[in-house]
Write a protein that binds this ligand. Sequence first.
Ligand code: AMP
Length: 284
Amino acid sequence: MKTIHTVKELQVIIKQHKKEKKTIGFVPTMGALHSGHISLMKRSIKENDFTVCSIFVNPTQFNVKSDLDKYPRTLDADSEKLAKAKVDYLFAPSVKEVYPSGTKKSVKVNLKGLDKLMEGEFRPGHFEGVVQVVHRLLDIVRPTRLYMGQKDFQQFTIIAQMIKNLRMKVQLVVVEIQRAKDGLALSSRNVRLTKAKRKWAPIIFKELKKIKRSMKSKTVDEAIESALDALGKPRGYEPEYVSIVDGYTLKPIKKWSDSDYIVAATAVWAGKIRLIDNIILKKS
Ligand code: AMP
């Protein structure tokens, strides 16, 4: 695997591969890689002639500065994992490389309100930052396919809207959520959970699965209430939201029959760590 730090060097390589009509798979990440990320790499390697993984902790998508400062940075360990997975190129640029003329957000995309619901309500400016960085990285890498995880359901929905809105020539591939044995969705933030908080963390996926099982016996509101109640029970746990939404518009549904594509998503504070997860309840 070759590690590249500058846009210039990466673009020379990409240009050469494009000349040879090779397909390019691209996996953007913020590092602190775990097997969830590696599943995206493996899928990309399988489906493309070569794969580029970026590691860039994007300052513009953090609405709380301390969260940015505390974000784990483990480039050496990440690099080893990527080489083992047989990724071709690791792109690890500086903030200056990604934003040479400053970090001011300038991409104009009609997100149709997708960025204002769920996560958007609690993380103002977050998705603007995500759109800005993915747009910039796509402009640098110009991949055939872009790989993102279902774990960040709202994120890939917004990026799909950006691609559509700007008529970008890239195919978005969404990869299913990888979980620990006890059901906790893998996340770079999990290592920061205290032992006691980690012990209770499987409750998040358990409650999402419970919502799925209760679609026949409970109303949508009852299912949300019951999950909120359960997720607030472990010591130091506090659910920020449990939303049951249409998977395309992310708008809350009122009845199970309101949509053919329904997703339940949640964000839960486990002490100082914010965990997110989701489950597809129905897709036809
Ligand atoms: P991040 O570095 O957290 O921004 O994540 C980079 C990519 O990996 C995003 O597209 C995430 O949705 C995806 N990802 C994160 N966690 C998981 C997981 N547990 N399973 C599958 N994909 C994941």
